[in-house]
Design a binder for this molecule. Structure first.
Ligand code: FE2
Ligand code: FE2
Length: 388
């Protein structure tokens, strides 16, 4: 018997095609495109005149944008979270790209393809969920394993986890960013708890649950705000409610285990001044705090490398990291050796052959027209290899 399936797909023609993306904009470019307003405010210049200061975003980054005329009118019409049609020009101001807006009008929300405006995690959320589940299924502690599976399998929690960002703007601030952060921390939890000989099940419980309640603390996005519950209760305390709610459904869940999981959640910000009502007092809690800090900082640095609008090798001052960031990748030997020169055959893993690097190996005549990009002899003059 032949079955006929009919799929109804929303026509892409329904959407307005977005032709310009932030990551490609350069100084002096004319801009005519739709952006999402992440921030907008009316400011007053030194001359007393009002102007609009805003941050516009799309799926590739964000851009500071200013409008010098009509600020009073614009601020009445446009608010954070609106999509706007922009006509303007890119400007380089003190080494930093910014947009000067000539026209700014509301765009038709019906014709917006939301994927053009929200960055997302590199991996598909379903795949990340599967990876998380398989780590949990391998845990030794049966009660902790059941608790985590019950939470991850809750339909509404699972739906939100696949979409939510981990924060408003500092780290993992993109679609499915929270899940990416949780999975990254949990992968580190497995290897580092084995390395330090601490209880993996607790550390994994900590990395999975520590920020889980950001699904209640923050709105869905793409422009994310704190919810009232987020402002009044927060994800640390809400995490304890979550543990109580789900552990109460598991028969004879040990109170002592629940207490230690709760301690990990309460202390994961590490210091009182960062919002932890308790500092970590167990190895497992301290490790969760360190993993969380490492993953959030490394992601924040990556975000600066990808999206900072300063021209050149260095970012501008990054407030939340309290430093500027060198944005280029560090040099590799590949930068100094032409790809098809004899030197590319050097076996990096072989000390014997590495010695030959130090012996100013002449470039073969056949490759004379494609010499080393830089003189290897001078580059490697301090390169020493212990000879046995
Ligand atoms: Fe947190
Ligand atoms: Fe976190």
């Amino acid at each position: 018997m032949t079955k006929i399936f009919i799929f109804i797909v929303e026509s892409p023609e329904h959407y307005v095609e977005k032709k310009q993306f932030i990551e490609n904009l350069k100084a002096k470019d004319e801009v005519q495109s739709i952006f999402l307003v992440k921030y907008i405010a009316q400011m007053e210049g030194k001359d007393g005149k009002s102007y609009i200061n805003s941050i516009l975003v799309d799926s590739t980054g964000e851009m500071e944008a200013r409008k010098w005329q009509g600020a009073e009118r614009i601020i009445q019409q446009i608010k954070t979270g609106d999509f706007v049609n922009i006509k303007g020009k890119m400007n380089l101001f003190q080494g930093r790209l910014q947009m000067i807006i000539e026209e700014m009008v509301l765009a038709d929300r019906e014709k917006i393809n939301i994927d053009d405006f929200s960055a997302k995690a590199k991996e598909a959320p379903e795949k990340m969920m599967d990876e998380l589940q398989s780590i949990v299924k391998n845990l030794d502690e049966v009660y902790i394993r059941e608790l985590l599976l019950a939470i991850l399998n809750d339909p509404e929690i699972s739906r939100r986890l696949k979409v939510w960002q981990a924060g408003k703007s500092i780290h993992h601030a993109y679609k499915s960013g929270l899940l990416e952060h949780i999975l990254s921390c949990t992968t580190l939890a497995v290897s580092l708890s084995a390395h330090y000989g601490v209880n993996t099940s607790y550390v994994v419980a900590g990395t999975i649950l520590h920020d889980m309640c950001k699904i209640y603390e923050l709105t869905e996005g793409p422009v994310v705000e704190y919810t009232e519950e987020g402002k009044l209760i927060g994800h640390l305390v809400k995490g304890l409610e979550l543990v109580d709610h789900f552990s109460n459904k598991i028969k004879n869940f040990p109170n002592n285990q629940k207490m230690h999981i709760k301690h990990i959640l309460l202390s994961h910000h590490g210091e009182y001044e960062y919002g932890s009502p308790k500092i970590p007092h167990t190895s497992e809690a301290y490790l969760v705090h360190l993993i969380d800090m490492m993953d959030s900082k490394m992601n924040a640095i990556q975000g600066v490398k990808e999206h900072d609008n300063n021209v050149g090798n260095w970012s501008g001052m990054v407030k939340h990291l309290d430093r500027t960031i060198y944005k280029k990748n560090l040099p590799s030997y590949k930068d100094f050796i032409a790809e098809d020169s004899d030197q590319s055959n050097i076996d990096k893993a072989s000390p014997e052959k590495s010695v030959s690097l130090n012996q100013k190996t002449p470039v073969s005549k056949t490759n004379h027209e494609k010499p080393l990009k830089q003189n290897l002899g001078s580059l490697l003059k301090d390169f020493k290899v212990d000879e046995e």
